[in-house]
Ligand binder design. Structure first.
Ligand code: AMP
Ligand code: ZN
Length: 444
């Protein structure tokens, strides 16, 4: 009997038992990246958090009974602007960025979602949804635009629970003469000949951002599904508007039963920004010495991310990465040469409590001593399998080169450590061990 899964539902502001619509077809949608630039480490948070949830759902319901959809937003004004700036085509920019994103998230130990739909391949569904909304009186065409008519939906605002004034304040930033109501938002807008566009009943144009997710979730998960996830910043207006579109198009009360949101990430106590110089991409963390003077393995980044509960804000610091590296290397040492057995019930129960990683980690520290084979299985469960030997993953030539060492430098360090130990020079031996550990070499 598998333990009951509890998740915090933003819709009800409470932790609830998870009950899927169909336990043989558990469906989850997560808003994916807009592919115009390298993903930053904040973007990695929902990717890692929902990957863990995906793994847990697969464990509880069976691999074949969980469908995870994470979209790729490949039509967006930020993309157009960046392509023009770089003098490349939109397609070149989105292809390249998506490819880097896929490599980054693989390195972070994430499974491929069941489907990764692209917005540009779902324009027909977006047009269909917009037509439904117009004919049901929830949307109107004006000046080559189509807008969602917010006052036509009495329950608007149910997810964010914002007051009308707060929502208006947000919406007023975007006052436009063709809007009937201040809160009305764009479903479709005209494109200049230089911009990407598709023929539609309202002229050549392109979709608004919110309709993309309503169309892709509909196409791959149906009118109603189980879990919808994303970062906390998406609650309003993005998710609120997705709900408005999907519920009104399908005449339903609910789009998804459970809405899950990860907290925000800041870097060394500050909001990430290019001007502050603390803007960190996943790519830089993996492949350069930009953060903390060394490259970090995907496993360490993953562990550092998961060690803060997903709903809490996270402060991304060099210290937190060093701490994660220590924990990880300890675990690796404990399971050296061990064949993974099965994740323990206690571990699954901890994660099943709204992904309580702290509880799970405390249990792993116990397993480290009592049952390394179970520890190995739990780590594999959480996506550390491809990194099982990641304490060694930097010991191959290519990885060493990235951190400015050769194989003989490494061998030299190892010899020095052995000599220090023979001389019973413990401080020196420990110093070299720490240095080796920080390079990802720990089984010594
Ligand atoms: P975007 O490409 O900005 O739409 O973001 C993609 C995903 O990353 C969304 O789920 C965002 O909520 C999430 N996200 C963006 N910035 C951060 C951050 N600093 N911390 C946590 N999540 C973030
Ligand atoms: Zn979305």
């Amino acid at each position: 009997m598998s333990p009951a899964l509890k998740i915090y539902n933003t819709l009800t502001r409470s932790k609830e038992f998870f009950e899927p619509i169909d336990c043989r077809n558990v469906r989850i949608y997560v808003c994916g990246p807009t592919v115009y630039d390298y993903a930053h480490i904040g973007n990695a948070r929902p990717i890692i958090v929902f990957d863990l949830l995906f793994r847990l759902l697969r464990h509880l319901y069976g691999d074949r009974h969980v469908k995870y959809v994470r979209n790729i937003t490949d039509v967006d004004d930020k993309i157009n602007a960046r392509a023009a700036e770089r003098g490349v085509t939109i397609r070149e920019l989105t292809e390249k960025t998506n490819q880097i994103f896929q490599e980054d998230v693989k390195a972070l130990g994430c499974l491929d979602p069941t489907v990764q739909p692209r917005a540009t391949e779902h324009i027909a569904q977006m047009i269909q949804l917009i037509e439904r909304l117009i004919s049901a009186g929830h949307a109107y065409a004006a000046d080559q635009h189509v807008l969602f008519n917010v006052p036509s939906m009495p329950g608007y605002g149910q997810l964010s629970r914002r007051s009308l004034d707060e929502m208006l304040a947000g919406a007023r930033i975007d006052v436009a003469p063709y809007k009937r109501g201040d809160m009305d938002f764009v479903l479709w807008k005209p494109s200049h000949p230089s911009e990407p566009g598709w023929d539609s009943p309202w002229g050549r144009g392109r979709p608004g951002w919110h309709i993309e997710c309503s169309a892709m979730s509909w196409a791959h998960l149906g009118e109603i599904f189980d879990i919808h996830g994303g970062g906390i910043d998406l609650i309003f207006p993005h998710h609120e508007n997705e709900i408005a579109q999907s519920c009104c198009a399908f005449d339903r009360e609910i789009m998804a039963h459970y809405w899950m949101h990860n907290g925000f990430l800041q870097v060394e106590g500050e909001k990430m920004s290019k001007s502050l110089g603390n803007f960190v991409t996943i790519h830089e963390l993996l492949h350069s010495e930009f953060f903390g003077g060394r490259a970090w393995s995907g496993a360490i980044l993953r562990l550092a991310m998961l060690r803060t509960h997903y709903r809490q804000p996270i402060d991304w610091t060099v210290k937190a990465l060093e701490d994660a590296a220590k924990v990880y290397n300890d675990w690796m040492r404990a399971m050296d040469g061990v064949t993974p057995s099965k994740p323990t019930e206690e571990f699954i129960i901890a994660l099943s409590d709204d992904l309580n990683f702290a509880k799970a980690e405390a249990h792993l520290h116990i397993l480290k001593r009592s049952d390394p084979a179970a520890l190995a299985a739990c780590l594999e469960f959480m996506g550390f399998d491809s990194h099982k030997s990641s304490s060694h993953d930097q010991s191959d030539e290519a990885q060493l080169a990235k951190i400015g060492l050769t194989k003989s430098d490494l061998e030299q360090l190892i010899v020095e450590r052995i000599e220090a130990r023979l001389a019973k020079n413990w401080p020196e031996s420990d110093r070299i061990r720490d240095q080796l550990e920080s390079l990802g070499v720990s089984r010594l």
